[in-house]
Design a protein. Structure first.
Length: 198
């Protein structure tokens, strides 16, 4: 299978790439990878797919949410998080689906905060929840036998230092388990599912 992994240089993207390594991988990133793309820019996403042609699967591991107190969060900060994490991945899905072969798949990446929130994570909870709801709703009308799922990991062991203090009491998850969730989505038969890795 030819698998596009957008955000393949990030922590989650590397886990997905390692687990899906037997396939023909195309790594996309803003500044690194086989192809460059700004997923928040529709024209950039279209140009990438025109260059790539057909793929059998799209895996989106992109986007950052805003972390900060909800009492001081501005509407713009909230919107920036939605644009970066939610619309970036949805751009890949909506624009990319015509480039996915019949019976192929699209996998988005949400996260644990939609179901297990933490302080200063209200925007992340909203972005994770939006992506989960999108795949559930989109799955019932995907064309040509396409499947769509979300992988929703907890805090990865590799990211503990970067999020120090934000996730009290959370048990980190291994990148191997997160990678297997992407394998389940890409190689399996499920659709409209949120694959939780807690």
């Amino acid at each position: 299978m030819r698998v596009l992994i957008a955000g393949g240089a990030g922590t989650v993207g590397r886990a997905a790439a390692r687990a899906l390594g037997k396939h023909d991988l195309v790594i996309a990133g803003r500044k690194s990878g086989d192809v460059h793309v700004d997923v928040t820019d529709e024209a950039s996403v279209r140009a990438m797919f025109e260059k790539l042609g057909k793929v059998d699967a799209i895996v989106a591991c992109t986007g950052n949410s805003y972390f900060g107190p909800v009492s001081t969060m501005t509407p713009q900060q909230f919107l920036d998080g939605m644009k970066d994490k939610v619309m970036g991945q949805i751009n890949l899905a909506l624009i990319g689906m015509v480039h996915v072969t019949d019976g192929g798949s699209i996998t988005l990446t949400s996260g644990i905060l939609a179901r297990d929130p933490v302080r200063q994570g209200a925007n992340a909870a909203a972005t994770d929840g939006a992506l989960d709801a999108f795949v559930i709703g989109a799955a019932i009308e995907m064309p040509r036998g396409l499947r769509i799922n979300a992988v929703s990991p907890g805090l990865l062991e590799e990211a503990v230092a970067a999020y120090d203090g934000y996730f009290p009491g959370h048990a980190p998850v291994s990148s191997q388990r997160v990678g297997l969730a992407f394998v389940k989505s890409v190689e399996g038969a499920i659709t409209g599912q949120v694959i939780k890795v807690d």
